[in-house]
Ligand binder design. Structure first.
Ligand SMILES: Cc1ncc(COP(=O)(O)O)c(C=O)c1O
Length: 443
């Protein structure tokens, strides 16, 4: 007899994980995880065989879909050849991944520092910016998430930051062009004027960098108004401030381009990535830098490091994931399927009074729900929930649709391999779910 049973039931898995492991961002008595045993394509299954459509690509990250043999085989092969080499050594996966990313990244971004994930990519972007400019302040936006490590959570503008304050010194938050469903959007010129005012008030010579999500993820799939990113690029260049684009979520095809900055043809000074880099088959992040920044560290030491920097198996997984994006044309496919999703979202907005706004770019989408068509009062308050939003989440789960329901919103972020039929199947479930939220709406 073995000490541990070969298979646990879903209930047993949930009970043990709740007893002996800590769930993130949660009061532990409230967590109600879905037990998951296997996955394939756009689906995953519980141990008892209940099927879910993964309409959030887990954490907006399994872009190639589940069970992709080419990535799994590449990991196996690398593991059996060279499972680990420390970061002072040169390995083939590291060599090939650096060269490949240099080919894919915009402009003259062609040197990369590898990390374990997104937060560490941002931590190292800050280190690079501070050491390169000799300045210390970092501008960041309120409606943002940049990770949970000490520096990255200080950059984060949303309520996940609050419990860690006072955090890293020198971070200044600025407002976004978006002000929530009731106040709506600033145009690019207004948003840029506000940004420049903050730069003047803080002293441009004290600011090392401005970090922003090119398309904001968990704070609402905020697609910047045309002209905004171009204007940020100009302001940063004018004042010698480095522009850091955080594409941990938006990169690797999520928006229908390799990198979201490509939509506006903007080249940031530093570009951070993770998630889709390996399609989440293994943890890996990276910060890409323009040649002139890398050159500054030719004779000057870069003070930064990690035991698992450039992990050979992580690099092999990334190379294989990039191979899948290329061989299967997944970036172009996300763009095309994204247009279908845009029409399906518009159709929801036209037919459901509880839909206050829909936004999407590629396969990166969101629905914002409201309870009052005149005042546009959200269906749940900022940083809160409501009976209706909780019931909607429950309905999705019951119907086998997995996605993220947060505040007054829910997300539509399927793997890039999703077919039109599968997309319509998911939207049919959403459509039925919204008939309940419609009943809560004041005309
Ligand atoms: C835009 C963005 N930046 C950074 C991170 C942090 O990445 P990680 O959780 O891999 O540290 C996330 C994670 O969701 C993210 O969405």
């Amino acid at each position: 007899m073995t000490a541990t049973p070969a298979k646990l039931s879903g209930d047993e898995i949930v009970a043990l994980t709740r007893k002996h492991t800590l769930y993130e961002w949660s009061a532990q008595s409230k967590v109600d995880p879905i037990p998951v045993a296997r996955s394939e394509g756009i689906y995953f299954w519980t141990p008892e065989g209940k099927r879910f459509i993964d309409f959030n690509s887990q954490l907006m990250s399994v872009n190639c879909g589940h069970g992709e043999r080419r990535i799994i085989d590449a990991i196996h092969e690398q593991l059996s050849t060279l499972a680990f080499a420390n970061p002072f050594m040169a390995t083939e996966p590291r060599a090939r991944l650096g060269a490949k990313l240099a080919e894919l990244a915009p402009g003259d971004i062609d040197v990369f520092f590898f990390t374990n994930g997104g937060a560490e990519a941002n931590e190292n972007a800050i280190k690079l910016a501070r050491q390169y400019t000799g300045r210390h302040k970092i501008l960041a936006r309120y409606r943002s998430y940049h990770g949970a490590t000490a520096g990255a959570i200080a950059l984060t503008g949303d309520p996940r930051r609050w419990a860690t304050e006072p955090g890293m010194a020198g971070v200044v938050h600025v407002l976004d062009p978006y002000h929530g469903i009731q106040r709506g959007w600033d145009d690019a010129a207004t948003a840029l004027a506000n940004l420049e005012e903050v730069i003047q008030l803080e002293g441009p010579h004290t600011i090392a960098a401005f970090i922003l999500e090119t398309v904001t993820g968990t704070n609402g799939i905020l697609v910047p108004p045309d002209g905004y990113l171009e204007g940020v690029r100009e302001l940063c260049s004018k004042h010698g401030i480095l522009m850091i684009c955080d594409e941990v979520m938006a990169g690797f095809g999520r928006t229908g381009e390799w990198f979201a900055v490509n939509h506006w043809k903007v080249v940031p000074d530093l570009l951070t990535m993770a998630k889709g880099l390996t399609s989440s088959y293994l943890p890996l992040g990276a910060v890409g830098m323009r040649r002139q920044i890398a050159d500054a560290f030719k004779d000057k030491v870069f003070y930064g490091g990690l035991t698992y920097n450039s992990h050979p198996v992580g690099c092999a997984a990334a190379l294989a994931a990039i191979g899948v994006y290329e061989e299967d044309g997944l970036i172009a496919r996300a763009k095309a399927t994204g247009l279908v999703m845009k029409r399906l979202l518009a159709d929801l907005a036209a037919r459901h009074p509880s839909v206050g706004a829909v936004r999407s770019i590629g396969l990166f989408g969101i629905v914002e729900l409201i309870r009052d068509r005149k005042t546009m009062q959200p269906m749940a308050p900022y940083n809160g929930t409501s009976e209706e939003m909780a019931a909607l989440g429950k309905f999705f789960r019951q119907e086998g649709l997995y996605t993220m329901v947060r505040w007054n919103t829910f997300y539509t972020n399927p793997p890039l391999i999703i077919t039109e039929d599968q997309l319509r199947e998911a939207f049919a479930i959403i459509d039925r779910g919204l008939t309940a939220t419609d009943r809560a709406v004041r005309p």
